[in-house]
Design a protein around this ligand. Structure first.
Ligand code: FES
Ligand code: FES
Length: 289
């Protein structure tokens, strides 16, 4: 369906958008892609994977056709029907608490582990016709999953159910669903990048380039000397109580899935972790600076 841009909106640089049935006017930044445009408006079910059209984590529907939103200029989506994972089931189904059949199939087959690819995968899968379903490797070639090995995704689209009921006293050895399942298939699950921290300028997480190493010292001075760097935080900046709490949260929340989720758990357990004043440092046995 095409939507007209009113004269007032045109004058103000605003364009008409319809996202999951909701109409609004906005002016995308010059060169902005549809993915960042949607996420800037809180539509976090649209994920950032490669930002290069390879992984499909950012898949949305444009007039019912799946597209990689990282490759789509936001202004080109104006006046068209944009559907994301949050709106796939439709408003009526959502208020009734029901899922789209493909969301249900992914949930029943547990066709994800970390779930990061699931929203895009579901958006593509939900648009497949019978002929495309018969050739899934080809039909899903624009959506990559690093966790599942694709078999459970194929199972989902074949109607296989892989979950058992959680019966008290019989959980050991049973195939219980991922506790985040519903959030994953509906796009409500929040990952590190989906968390907005109050007052945050820009956060860059630096990981060790070594797969296995003991960190004996962290020197912040060179980094702090780079223009624009405001602060460098390390493990020492986490208050001891938060460190204890987040370690417990990590254990509980990540047992059934890969570590992609843990920073989200960490931040939700202690959202002020990164903005608290640095506590006085004490030497810790086994570490030198
Ligand atoms: S983020 Fe768009 S295809 Fe990977
Ligand atoms: S990337 Fe597909 S479930 Fe993790």
């Amino acid at each position: 369906m095409k939507h007209t841009v009113t004269r007032a909106q045109s004058a103000a640089g605003g364009l008409n958008y319809r996202v999951n049935g909701k109409l609004f006017s906005a002016a995308p930044a010059p060169g902005q892609c549809l993915r960042t445009f949607l996420r800037d408006r809180g539509v976090f079910g649209v994920k950032k994977g490669c930002d290069a059209g390879d992984c499909g984590a950012c898949t949305v529907w444009l007039d019912g056709v799946p597209v990689h939103s990282c490759l789509m200029p936001a202004f080109r989506a104006a006046g068209r029907e944009i559907t994301t994972i949050e709106g796939l089931a439709g408003e009526a189904a959502q208020s009734a608490g029901t899922l789209h059949p493909i969301q249900r199939a992914f949930l029943d087959a547990q066709a994800f582990q970390c779930g990061f690819c699931a929203a895009g995968m579901i958006m593509t899968a939900a648009a497949l016709d019978a002929k495309q379903r018969a050739d899934l490797p080809h039909a899903l070639k624009g959506n990559l999953c690093r966790c599942t090995g694709y078999r459970s995704i194929r199972d989902a689209l074949s109607g296989v159910s892989a979950v058992e009921d959680d019966v008290a006293g019989r959980a050991c050895g049973a195939s219980l669903p991922n506790p985040f399942s519903e959030g994953i298939v509906t796009g409500r699950a929040r990952y590190t990048m989906d968390i907005a921290v109050d007052g945050l300028l820009h956060l860059k997480v630096l990981r060790s380039p070594h797969a296995h190493a003991r960190i004996v010292a962290i020197n912040r001075d060179k980094t702090l000397a780079v223009p624009g760097v405001v602060e460098v935080f390390t493990w020492e900046d986490a208050p001891r109580s938060a460190r204890r709490r987040t370690r417990i949260t990590w254990l509980i929340r990540t047992t059934p899935m890969c570590s992609t989720m843990w920073p989200a758990s960490l931040a939700s357990a202690s959202p002020r972790l990164w903005v608290k004043p640095r506590p006085p440092r004490k030497p810790v046995a086994g570490f030198s600076r």
